[in-house]
Design a binder for this molecule. Structure first.
Ligand code: NI
Length: 275
């Protein structure tokens, strides 16, 4: 019934409890999950999860916040993307939130890393999983410059303004909402969620982080994604079932098109321009 479009099951908080996590998912009717890669070092573990469980898929990429790790080039990303269960490139993007004593001008290395991911996604014909924080304008500009609308993707764990959501949707991207949508102080985000067209919405946990209310502050798990669905349903005045159905269909359209019949795949890849 539900799909968690973004989780980190290899992180130490969760990696050792896979059997319990999968049981909890099944009990909560969370049928599927996308396992997100954040370093090249981690990639083999993420791929193994997807190879060992037919309701898990994997991405390959290096998170913009990760420093002191192997820097991916286009060829390395494309090579990993060739594995059969890899359905996206990321998470990648820009993050100017943790600059320390640096200025955005000094983050050219991050922009170069982001460009490499977009180029790899275009070569591999896979969508992008985008992380953006305190860097929305540069993120959007760079996606356009590098031709990312050709492959599309998702802005994960969305916390940006309605204007940014609009720009992302106009570029053909999906918007994924996390447990933040359930937080008391997130009314502005719920207003954005009310606006985003249902056929562009995804839901995620970003576990082990950002557990939704009533588990806020605890270790998150894909089994909690129904709480995000419920918050999105409330924001949109829909039933949880409608949101579950739509976000599952959107997940298939964006990430599982690799295995779709050719006619369908072509249709799914074409970004739809909204008026
Ligand atoms: Ni993440």
């Amino acid at each position: 019934m539900f799909v968690d479009s973004h989780c980190h099951l290899t992180f130490s908080e969760l990696g050792t409890q896979l059997t319990q996590i999968r049981q909890a998912m099944s009990d909560a009717q969370v049928d599927r999950a996308l396992c997100i890669c954040t370093t090249m070092e981690e990639a083999p573990q993420v791929l193994a999860l997807a190879e060992q469980h037919d309701n898990f898929w994997a991405t390959v990429g290096v998170h913009p916040d990760n420093e002191g790790v192997t820097e991916p080039d286009v060829d390395a990303l494309v090579a990993l993307a060739g594995a059969p269960r890899v359905v996206a490139i990321g998470e990648t993007g820009l993050d100017y939130y943790r600059l320390g004593d640096r200025t955005p001008d000094q983050m050219e290395w991050q922009r170069q890393r982001f460009r490499a991911h977009i180029r790899a996604a275009r070569q591999a014909k896979l969508p992008l999983v985008i992380h953006t924080r305190s860097a929305a304008q540069d993120t959007l500009a760079l996606l356009m410059e590098e031709g990312a609308p050709e492959v599309g993707g998702v802005f994960h764990c969305f916390t940006e303004s309605a204007e940014v959501a609009r720009a992302a949707v106009d570029m053909g991207f999906f918007i994924s909402f996390s447990g933040i949508l359930t937080f008391k102080n997130a009314q502005e985000l719920r207003d954005v969620a009310a606006w985003v067209p249902l056929d562009r919405c995804l839901i995620e946990t970003d576990s082990p982080y950002l557990a939704p209310v009533p588990y806020r502050g605890k270790t998150n798990s894909p089994a909690y994604v129904p709480y995000v669905a419920k918050a999105l349903a409330q924001a949109k005045g829909l039933s949880v079932e409608e949101v579950a159905e739509a976000t599952s269909r959107n997940f298939e359209a964006l990430f599982l098109r690799k295995s779709a019949p050719l006619g369908d795949a072509e249709q799914l890849i074409k970004p739809r321009k909204l008026t």
